[in-house]
Ligand binder design. Structure first.
Ligand SMILES: NC(=O)c1ccc[n+]([C@@H]2O[C@H](COP(=O)([O-])OP(=O)(O)OC[C@H]3O[C@@H](n4cnc5c(N)ncnc54)[C@H](O)[C@@H]3O)[C@@H](O)[C@H]2O)c1
Ligand SMILES: [Fe+2]
Length: 386
């Protein structure tokens, strides 16, 4: 039995960020460190919270330097700069990159720890400052997971730092912030969320609690990802996606992602393919590979997606589900020019060796993936994305 670090409070709905002052007040905080990225900041997505907090008399420090998919050194530099402010609450507004950075900062503040210490496995007894998170992409579910991912360039790998203390205190899911998310990011991050939900459902660590969030989240995505991609101003679809993403995070907190994320890490770590995109291109192949090991669970996923499974054999249902995943990627124009990124058949051995290191996830994959299996999958991926 393992303990599950669960998010405690979710505030949801278009305009819900307007409640930020009362959420901060509930912690008795005075000095708020806002962590965001340049894109989110320059789009004005932090403006509303800034105005409300300033008007309510809070001291506010804004760190808007988080780069996409930050390295260990970049997170450390942002933390070092932020330390001077002496925050008593951390507020993240942004995608997974800003949220993961904020989680690490919140964990390190007042705890005399560096990112390297965390990578070395050291953990504090407690997080000393409250953490409020406001996602502006609908994909990572980082607001609900105990994970923060940093790029470690020396190892050409992205590494997940895991601590239940990083699950936030309050998540504010305000879909109006995702209105302007470009279609390509909507697609990639939306498939990232779908991967979290499907992987956690077929993971060896699945359990009744994560299962419930997985199936509900998968239904929301089946209902709304195509709509959000086609019409970004469809707020009902955007709200579904944000909730599904958060449910994916809750599922990760209780279960685990598996083969898709494991094989995706080297594509991000060494070749800098964005996290959502590397998962998206891998998704159908890994789901196809795992199908024979969990036919019944594939049936549940297919039904959650609204597919008609009546009268069909489990094998046929699983096949249809895999086909639906290929079709979904095609609808969303998911494609990555791997050759342009330097990913050719020559690097397949290196990719498979790097993926094999991600045992934290691979050990939970329903099918034991050998090095040869992984090489075969990478070869197919490269052939299809030439
Ligand atoms: N902690 C976890 O559990 C977890 C899970 C999955 C992924 N991740 C990590 O999260 C990171 C990826 O996060 P992401 O996919 O959310 O992307 P991201 O945070 O890197 O953002 C991608 C781009 O989208 C822009 N953007 C964000 N919100 C926007 C909006 N509303 N409108 C327009 N543009 C917007 C950003 O400025 C950025 O340029 C990776 O580092 C990945 O490893 C973490
Ligand atoms: Fe992910």
């Amino acid at each position: 039995m393992s303990a599950i670090g669960l998010i405690r409070r979710i505030v949801e709905g278009c305009g819900s960020l307007d409640s930020i002052a009362s959420e901060v007040k509930a912690f008795g905080a005075r000095r708020v460190l806002m962590v965001t990225d340049k894109g989110v900041y320059s789009l004005g997505l932090t403006k509303g919270a800034e105005t409300i907090l300033n008007a309510a008399g809070y001291e506010l420090c804004i760190e808007s330097d988080v780069p996409p998919e930050p390295t260990q050194a970049q997170v450390q530099a942002i933390f070092d700069k932020a330390c001077g402010f002496d925050a008593d609450l951390v507020l993240a507004i942004g995608g997974g990159s800003a949220m993961d950075t904020a989680k690490l900062i919140a964990l390190m503040l007042k705890n005399d720890l560096s990112v390297q210490d965390l990578l070395d496995g050291r953990r504090p007894q407690a997080r000393k400052v409250p953490l409020i998170m406001v996602p502006t992409t609908a994909g990572t579910g980082s607001e609900a997971t105990p994970n923060a991912i940093v790029l470690v360039p020396e190892q050409n790998l992205k590494i997940g730092i895991v601590s239940d203390l990083m699950v936030c205190d309050v998540a504010i899911l305000d879909a109006s912030l995702t209105r302007g998310l470009p279609p390509a990011i909507t697609a990639n991050t939306g498939i990232d969320a779908l991967c979290h939900l499907m992987e956690c459902y077929i993971s060896k660590k699945h359990n009744p609690l994560s299962d419930a969030f997985c199936l509900r989240g998968i239904s929301l995505i089946a209902r709304s990802l195509r709509k959000a991609y086609t019409d970004g101003s469809d707020m009902a679809a955007r709200s579904d996606m944000l909730l599904a993403s958060c449910f994916g995070g809750i599922a990760i907190a209780g279960s685990s992602t598996v083969g898709i994320h494991a094989l995706s890490y080297p594509l991000g770590g060494r070749y800098h393919i964005p996290h959502g995109l590397s998962n998206a291109i891998l998704m159908p192949y890994i789901m196809e590979e795992n199908a024979p090991c969990c036919l019944e669970r594939y049936g549940d996923i297919a039904r959650a997606m609204g597919m008609d499974t009546a009268g069909k054999s489990p094998e046929e249902v699983a096949q249809n589900l895999v086909k639906e995943l290929y079709d979904l990627n095609a609808f969303l124009h998911i494609h990555c020019d791997l050759k342009a990124k330097g990913i050719t058949l020559e690097v397949v051995d290196e990719l498979a060796a790097a993926a094999a290191q991600v045992t934290r996830l691979l050990n939970n994959n329903p099918k034991e993936l050998s090095i040869e299996d992984m090489k075969r999958i990478y070869r197919r991926l490269i052939a299809d994305n030439a």
